[in-house]
Design a protein around this ligand. Structure first.
Ligand SMILES: Cc1cc2nc3c(=O)[nH]c(=O)nc-3n(C[C@H](O)[C@H](O)[C@H](O)COP(=O)(O)O)c2cc1C
Length: 315
């Protein structure tokens, strides 16, 4: 239980839409519960991560999808948790007061079935100590037959604009890869008031139990994450950087990062911070290794900060 506090070398410090982070590593939504699941692991220190994104939160509590909710795939996993969470009131009133805001930054992950839902949850977090608000625009829109808000640039922008009207805290729009041109979505979300972008959320996939001829995942389809999606995610980050870089809108690059080398690829492609999600399920302490690897790279290349490397891809 005892946690050795290790101070992260200063070169790893990054500024991210007004937040001062001790490390470019962000723990991703849905992979660390509400922050308590990893703080229990021996050797884990919040100080090894720049920020923790909490589990997706909705207006009302949700029980989530029927099992199976996850299944392993080649170099990745499918998940369809169904946004199980205790609802915004419990998160703000009971969970946030338990978190140690002196150790790291905490980011809410806002979900909804309607634009009004997204606005209501954002308003609830606005009146809380949370450091920033990430909007998970990949949720199904129940007023439009269940299509994901995030698959359509105009719908994504409407969600961001509605949330923007409810808060002055930094807003991070989490973009879906399940669309034709992610650049257009990024452009409209920035115009609607996003201060940062998270790239990418999971890619929709499916697995079948051939003996039973039934889908493995209770929800039939699920989000694919892990190393299987990394090259796709990297390309999306490079594409979004074309739009976001000139406007100084930072990106949380994510999708299958498991090593310092992976993290460096995303930073060079244009990410200011790098998210780690699925990898934590099998190696919860990998953040220390990733920090050390990035620091070592900066030293070898005689760079004094991560920001020198952001978007430094030579084409
Ligand atoms: C089990 C699980 C639950 C997730 N829940 C959420 C969620 O509640 N909200 C969200 O925006 N993303 C959610 N995600 C997506 C991750 O935050 C992340 O964007 C994605 O998994 C890609 O990163 P990775 O390959 O490092 O896991 C979830 C992912 C997994 C694997």
């Amino acid at each position: 239980m005892a946690v050795a506090q290790k101070s992260v070398p200063r070169p790893l410090h990054v500024d991210f839409c007004g937040l001062s982070l001790d490390s470019p590593i962000v723990l991703l939504s849905g992979c660390v519960g509400f922050g308590e699941e990893y703080t229990r692991i021996e050797g884990f220190s919040n100080r090894d991560v720049g920020a923790i994104v909490l589990k997706g939160t909705t207006r009302e509590p949700r029980l989530g999808n029927p099992p199976h909710r996850v299944c392993e795939t080649p170099a990745g996993m499918l998940n369809a948790i169904g946004l199980q969470n205790p609802g915004m009131d419990k998160v703000v009133d009971e969970i946030l007061p338990q978190l140690d805001f002196s150790e790291t930054r905490f980011i809410a992950n806002v979900c909804g079935s309607t634009i009004e839902d997204y606005a209501a949850v954002t308003r609830r977090f606005d009146d809380s100590p949370i450091d920033a608000i990430e909007i998970n625009i990949s949720c199904p829109n129940i007023k439009e037959g269940g299509v994901s808000f995030g698959n359509y640039p105009e719908m994504s922008a409407k969600v961001v604009a509605a949330c923007r009207a409810e808060t002055k805290k930094p807003i991070i729009a989490k973009l879906s890869p399940n669309q034709t041109d992610i650049r257009q979505n990024a452009r409209l979300c920035i115009e609607a008031g996003a201060d940062a972008l998270a790239v990418i959320n999971t890619i929709m996939g499916m697995a079948i139990d051939v003996e039973q001829r039934k889908p493995v995942i209770g929800n039939v389809r699920g989000g694919l994450s892990g190393p299987a999606i990394r090259p796709i995610a990297l390309l999306k980050v490079a594409q979004v950087y074309e739009v976001a870089g000139p406007k100084n809108i930072p990106i949380i690059g994510q999708g299958g990062i498991t090593t310092a080398r992976d993290a460096l690829e995303f930073i060079i492609a244009g990410a200011t911070t790098v998210g780690v999600g699925t990898a934590l399920f099998y190696e919860p302490l990998m953040c220390t290794k990733i920090n050390d690897g990035i620091a070592d790279y900066l030293k070898r290349h005689k760079m004094s900060s991560v920001s020198e490397l952001v978007g430094s891809l030579r084409l």
